[in-house]
Design a protein around this ligand. Structure first.
Ligand SMILES: Nc1ncnc2c1ncn2[C@@H]1O[C@H](COP(=O)(O)OP(=O)(O)OP(=O)(O)O)[C@@H](O)[C@H]1O
Ligand SMILES: [Mg+2]
Length: 546
């Protein structure tokens, strides 16, 4: 026996397998393994014992402990560790490995206690054990089996209890979810109501603005004209009267400007202005802005124009874009007392990002959404000293929407403000064939105009049947579809397309003046369709399909 070795058993017959099994259990118990691990080890060794008898006519099996428990199996003849007995044992111990011809089983032990004394005592205990009779061993195995069965039963009970708990939780959760859902549905209904009311109110407001400003323009122009006449024609005025007439003229001019601004805003908000998309040189546009706005800068404030980065030409409405940037830059210059106001443009994939930043007074979180409301101005010491009506930002935002873009702002009070305008690069949008289905020939022509430079080929269809036929024949990248048409309605055309596997994927944008609730897909309102909006919709379905 080598040092650390506990015992060795020559397995030459069935009886030795029982002994092996019993000793294994005793060693496992003494080494502090729990009941289940004791049974595992005993079973593993009884499998190994049977295997060595059939395979090699027997073996010497030695137990030793150093950190872990190692059982060395040296067969009387060659041993194949792939045999079923070893395979079964491998599932019950930590590892089955080789050392030369020997097969080694190892099993980790709880830490501590394996001192020289302890080993000596265990050796003595093992040496004193009698060989078990098959009957004893059977009894021991039965006990193990019963214990295992009890274990399984109690685990099953536990599992059942857990399941019951989980089910109860699940029922409770789904009830709660249902209640929440009902709440959400009700909330949505309310929201929809509210947003319909809001939409109406906002349309009424735009109409009112448009009408009032239109009506105000005539008298304001008259005042201006009359004041000019007083000053330039007729009797020369004495100094005091001239001063007063000049004041009338100045006020008239301010009034007319304000009225014009209101009218512009009303038009932009109602979407009644069409962008005129042309090739715009961003570099040129920014430089011109710098020239006209530089005089506005206070002392100690620089207006910096960065050269565009990665994009030179942008297809957009030059006048609208200029107005947007002028509004943002004017604001920056008004609300910055030192540092710089900076503007630049850079390519951002299929978009251009225009950024106007300043090192000015900043805008607080509470105010930041309100600044887009008409006439809203943040109260503060600077505000009193600068001119403005609070229409610049709502106007700029409406224009950006017409151009198919988005405007965002972030700001830190005392540090400055950054406005960003994201505009689509319309030249990046390319369509091959497009079918325009509408019974109104004038509107078809208008749509053709909007798609100029974007679509390679455009086909017209004057009713629903013609639309279907055109799609079948031309397999377009896009179908622009009216809803109210003779023959088949737009809804019926969509249904036919979706039912045909070859045509089901056809991209459709509904363009109509009828109610589009319940239309599945992108729908645009005929009465306020702009190129920007149409191209934005094209981009949107492109994104959706991607
Ligand atoms: N860059 C900025 N820094 C700090 N505050 C700003 C900035 N831009 C806008 N604001 C705040 O938002 C308000 C609304 O801006 P907006 O451009 O709509 O109106 P305005 O400049 O006051 O008048 P208008 O543009 O009609 O001449 C401003 O009055 C100001 O309080
Ligand atoms: Mg402004």
């Amino acid at each position: 026996m080598t040092s650390g070795e506990l015992l060795s058993i020559e397995v030459t017959g069935e009886g030795d397998v029982f002994t092996l099994r019993q000793r294994a259990r005793v060693v496992a118990d003494a080494a502090g393994l729990d009941q289940q691990d004791q049974v595992r080890l005993a079973t593993a060794l009884s499998e190994v014992g049977r295997e060595v008898l059939t395979q090699a006519g027997g073996a010497r099996i030695a137990f030793s402990i150093d950190g872990s428990l190692r059982v060395r199996v040296r067969g009387y003849g060659p041993l194949s560790p792939a045999a079923p007995g070893f395979a079964a044992a491998a599932r019950l111990v930590d590892e089955v490995s080789h050392e030369g011809e020997d097969v080694i089983l190892s099993k980790g032990l709880p830490p501590g206690r394996y001192t020289g004394d302890w080993l000596r005592n265990l050796r003595a205990l093992l040496a004193g054990l009698a060989k078990p009779s098959p009957l004893d061993e059977l009894r021991a195995q039965n006990q193990e089996l019963m214990a295992a069965l009890e274990d399984v039963q109690s685990q099953r009970d536990e599992l059942e209890e857990t399941n019951r708990g989980v089910m109860a939780l699940y029922t409770q959760l789904s009830e709660e979810l249902e209640r929440t859902n009902q709440g959400v549905v009700a909330l949505y209904a309310e929201l929809e109501d509210k947003s319909a009311q809001l939409r109406e109110a906002s349309e009424a407001k735009s109409r009112f603005l448009a009408n009032v400003s239109h009506e105000l323009r005539a008298p304001a122009s008259s005042i201006l004209g009359l004041a000019r006449m007083l000053l330039e024609l007729g009797e020369p005025l004495d100094d005091e009267k001239r001063r007063q007439a000049e004041l009338i003229r100045e006020s008239g001019r301010d009034l007319l400007n304000l009225v014009n601004e209101l009218l512009d805003l009303a038009k932009a908000e109602s979407g009644r202005i069409e962008p005129e998309v042309v090739d715009v040189s961003l570099r040129g546009l920014l430089r011109r802005l710098k020239e006209t706005l530089r005089p506005m800068a206070r002392e100690g404030v620089t207006l910096v124009v960065d050269d565009p980065d990665g994009v030179e030409i942008l297809q957009t409405d030059e006048l609208m874009l200029t107005r947007v940037l002028r509004n943002l830059l004017t604001n920056g210059l008004k609300f910055t007392e030192r540092g710089e106001v900076r503007v630049g443009a850079h390519a951002d994939g299929d978009h251009v990002l225009l950024r106007v930043s300043d090192t000015g007074i900043g805008i607080s979180d509470e105010e930041i959404e309100r600044i887009f409301e008409e006439f809203h101005q943040v109260r503060g010491p600077i505000q009193a000293s600068v001119t403005g009506t609070g229409l610049g930002l709502p106007y700029a935002r409406s224009l950006v929407a017409i151009l198919g873009g988005e405007m965002s702002v972030r700001s830190v009070v005392g540090e400055g403000t950054v406005f960003e305008v994201r505009l689509p690069r319309l030249d990046r949008i390319r369509l091959g064939r497009v079918v325009i289905a509408d019974d109104d020939a004038a509107f078809r022509t208008m749509l053709r105009g909007l798609l100029h430079g974007v679509a390679e080929e455009i086909e017209d269809a004057a009713d629903g049947y013609a639309a279907l036929a055109a799609v079948r024949r031309a397999r377009p990248d896009l179908l622009l579809l009216d809803l109210r048409m003779p023959g088949l309605t737009g809804e019926e055309v969509i249904r036919e397309l979706r039912a045909d596997p070859d045509l089901a994927a056809t991209r459709v944008i509904v363009v109509t003046s009828t109610d589009t609730d319940g239309i599945d897909g992108v729908a645009l309102d005929k009465s306020r369709l702009t190129r920007g909006e149409l191209l934005r919709a094209v981009g949107e379905i492109g994104k959706r399909d991607a």
